[in-house]
Design a protein around this ligand. Structure first.
Ligand SMILES: Cc1ncc(COP(=O)(O)O)c(C=O)c1O
Ligand SMILES: N[C@@H](CCOP(=O)(O)O)C(=O)O
Length: 519
C-alpha cells in the first residue's frame, strides 16, 4: 500500500482548489506534499515568492481563488436532516423558521465527507498563524466549514481567533490540585471578547448582501456590551452603519465607549438586556436593519471555530471537559456544534463533556436543568458583576438544552461572592480575567469538590472577555467596597508616608510575612 504523502506547512495551501469527486482517503493537495523523500529528512518547503509591491493580500487572494462544491443553507433548528421541506439560502434575510422556531446553518456534510479527517486536520493546521487572506483568521482558516460560498473578497476580518490556550499551571495546582487545566482566552481578541468570532461571519455576509443590493441599510443588535463592541468595530471597518441598543447603566464604561468610538448609532434604553432584545427584534422586523444577535444563526458558525481551535491546539486530542459561561446561550451550542462537526468529519473520535456556567442572579438555564429539563421559565435577571450574562430570557435556550443533552453536559451556577473570589484567585496567579470567566471557574471549583471533575481530567475553561473591560469590578473588590462581600482575596495598595523609614518599615513587614528566613 502506498504511504500517505507527508505534509508540511505552506501558506500557499489556502489557494489550492479542492478537487471534486475526490476518492482517495488521504488526499493532500500537491502544493503541500513534501519534496524530500527520506523519512529522516524534514521535507523542504518551496519558497513562496513575495507578492508584487503594488498588490495587497486581498488582491493576492483574488489570483488564487479556489473552486469547490461545498455549500450551506438555513434549516429549522433540530429538524430531521433528511427533510428538505423548509430551507433558505444564506443570502435570504430570515431569522426564524416558518413555525417561529430557531434556525441553524446546515452544511452539505456529504460534500465535506468526501475528504477524510486527516485531510481537514492538515488543511487547517497549514493555515495557522499566516497572513494569507482570509485564512490568517482563526475563523476563516475553517472557511469551508463556516461560509463556504462567500467570496473571499467580501470577507470583513480582523484576523480574529487563534487565541491563546493558556496552561493554568499555578492556578490549577494551587487551587484545584489539577495538572491539565487550560484557559481558552477568547477575550484576547480584536474587540476584547469572543463575539469577534461570530461577528466577522455576520458582517461579511452583510457585506455580500449589500453588494447584491439586498435591502440592508444597517446592522443592529441588543447588547450587554460585547456584541455591540464587535458589531460596531466590524461594521466600521467595512463602512456599514451599525445601531446598538444598550440597557442604560448596565454595562461597563469600557464596553460603552467601544461602539461610541467606532461610530455606531448608540441607543441607551431604560430597560434590561431582555427588554432591548425584545425591541431590536420588533425594529428589525419593520426596518431594513439586519439583526446581529445570536438569534441569527450565522453568528454561531464563527463562534464554533473556537471549539475546533481547541482541538487543533491539543494536536487533535480531545479534552475531557469544556466549561463555558452562558447568557443568551448561543455560545454553548456553538461549542457543541464545532466539536460535533470534528467528530462527524473524522478529525476526532469523541467530543468533550460540556458545562454551562451561569451567575446565580441570572440563572434560567440552571433552574431548568435542576428541574430535570421540565418547562422552561424565563426569569427577571438580577444585577451581577458578570454583567454581560445578566440575561433572564435567553434566545438560544433550545440550542443550549440540545447541546447539553448531546454532550452529557452539566449546568452550574455561581453566587456573586463565589465568582468574584474565583476571579481574584485566578488573577493572583497571573491571569486578568473577566467576571464571566470567574463564573466558569466557580463551576469548575464546584465540580472538582464534588469529584465529578477529576484531578487529571484535561479541562478547558473558556474565558469569554478581556479583564480590562471589567476593571471597575476589580477596583470595587480590591478596595473591599462591595456590600455584604468579604472580598477575602483583596489586595489593596498600602498608603505610606514619603520617607525612607516608613517605606522600610512596611517593606520589612511585607517581606517577613513572605519569608521566615528574614527573622
Ligand atoms: C463576556 C461574555 N461571556 C459570556 C457570554 C455568554 O454567551 P452566550 O450569550 O452566547 O451564552 C457573553 C454574552 O452573552 C459575554 O459577553
Ligand atoms: N453578552 C451579549 C449578549 C447578547 O448575546 P448575543 O450573542 O445574542 O449577541 C452581549 O455582549 O451583548
Amino acid at each position: 500500500m502506498a504511504a500517505a504523502p507527508p505534509v508540511f506547512r505552506s501558506s500557499f495551501l489556502s489557494s489550492q482548489p479542492l478537487p471534486h469527486n475526490h476518492s482517495s482517503t488521504t488526499y493532500i493537495p500537491t502544493s503541500i506534499r513534501a519534496t524530500a523523500t527520506s523519512p529522516d529528512q524534514p521535507p523542504a518547503a518551496p519558497l513562496k515568492h513575495r507578492r508584487p509591491a503594488d498588490e495587497n493580500i486581498r488582491d493576492e487572494a483574488r489570483r488564487h481563488t479556489s473552486s469547490h462544491n461545498f455549500s450551506a443553507k438555513y434549516v429549522p433548528f433540530n429538524a430531521d436532516p433528511t427533510s428538505t421541506a423548509e430551507s433558505y439560502s444564506l443570502d435570504e434575510i430570515v431569522y426564524r423558521s416558518r413555525s417561529g422556531g430557531l434556525l441553524d446553518v446546515q452544511h452539505d456534510m456529504d460534500a465535506l465527507k468526501k475528504f477524510d479527517g486527516e485531510y481537514w486536520r492538515s488543511l487547517f493546521d497549514s493555515r495557522v498563524g499566516k497572513t494569507t487572506w482570509p485564512y490568517g483568521s482563526g475563523v476563516w482558516s475553517k472557511k469551508e466549514w463556516v461560509l463556504p460560498e462567500i467570496n473571499s473578497d467580501d470577507i470583513v476580518s480582523a484576523f480574529e481567533g487563534n487565541s491563546n490556550l493558556f496552561w493554568a499551571e499555578r492556578y490549577g495546582k494551587q487551587f484545584l490540585g489539577m495538572n491539565d487545566l487550560w484557559v481558552k482566552h477568547c477575550g484576547i481578541s480584536h474587540t476584547g471578547s469572543f463575539k469577534d468570532l461570530g461577528m466577522t461571519v455576520l458582517v461579511s455576509q452583510v457585506n455580500r448582501l449589500r453588494k447584491m443590493n439586498k435591502p440592508v441599510v444597517g446592522v443592529g443588535c441588543a447588547s450587554t456590551g460585547d456584541t455591540s463592541a464587535a458589531l460596531s468595530a466590524y461594521c466600521a471597518s467595512a463602512g456599514i452603519p451599525s445601531i446598538v441598543f444598550l440597557p442604560a447603566n448596565k454595562i461597563s464604561m469600557a464596553q460603552l465607549v467601544q461602539p461610541i468610538a467606532n461610530g455606531a448609532f448608540v441607543l441607551s434604553i431604560d430597560t434590561d438586556f431582555d427588554g432591548c432584545m425584545h425591541l431590536i427584534r420588533e425594529v428589525t422586523a419593520e426596518l431594513p436593519i439586519y439583526l446581529a444577535n445570536s438569534l441569527n444563526s450565522l453568528r454561531l458558525e464563527g463562534q464554533k471555530t473556537a471549539a475546533i481551535e481547541i482541538l487543533q491546539q491539543f494536536d487533535w486530542q480531545v479534552p475531557d471537559w469544556v466549561i463555558v459561561p452562558g447568557g443568551n446561550l448561543g455560545n454553548i451550542y456553538a461549542f457543541y456544534k464545532g466539536f460535533h462537526m470534528c467528530k462527524e468529519l473524522g478529525l476526532v473520535d469523541r467530543i468533550p463533556r460540556l458545562v454551562c456556567a451561569q451567575a446565580a442572579n441570572a440563572n434560567p438555564l440552571y433552574l431548568h436543568y435542576k428541574s430535570g429539563w421540565k418547562d422552561f421559565q424565563a426569569v427577571k435577571a438580577g444585577t451581577t458583576f458578570a454583567s454581560a450574562i445578566q440575561i433572564g430570557d435567553p434566545v438560544s435556550i433550545d440550542r443550549a438544552v440540545y447541546a447539553l443533552k448531546k454532550s452529557n453536559g452539566i449546568v452550574e451556577e455561581a453566587t456573586e461572592e463565589e465568582l468574584m473570589d474565583a476571579t481574584a484567585q485566578a488573577d493572583s496567579t497571573g491571569m486578568f480575567i473577566c467576571p464571566h470567566t470567574g463564573v466558569a471557574l466557580t463551576a469548575l471549583i464546584k465540580l472538582r469538590k464534588s469529584g465529578i471533575i477529576g484531578p487529571t481530567d484535561r479541562t478547558v475553561v473558556v474565558s469569554t472577555a478581556h479583564g480590562l473591560k471589567f476593571t471597575q469590578s476589580k477596583i470595587d473588590y480590591h478596595s473591599k467596597e462591595i456590600k455584604d462581600m468579604e472580598c477575602r482575596y483583596a489586595n489593596p495598595p498600602v498608603q505610606v508616608k514619603a520617607d525612607f523609614g516608613s517605606v522600610m518599615d512596611v517593606l520589612k513587614k511585607y517581606l517577613l510575612s513572605k519569608d521566615t528566613k528574614l527573622h
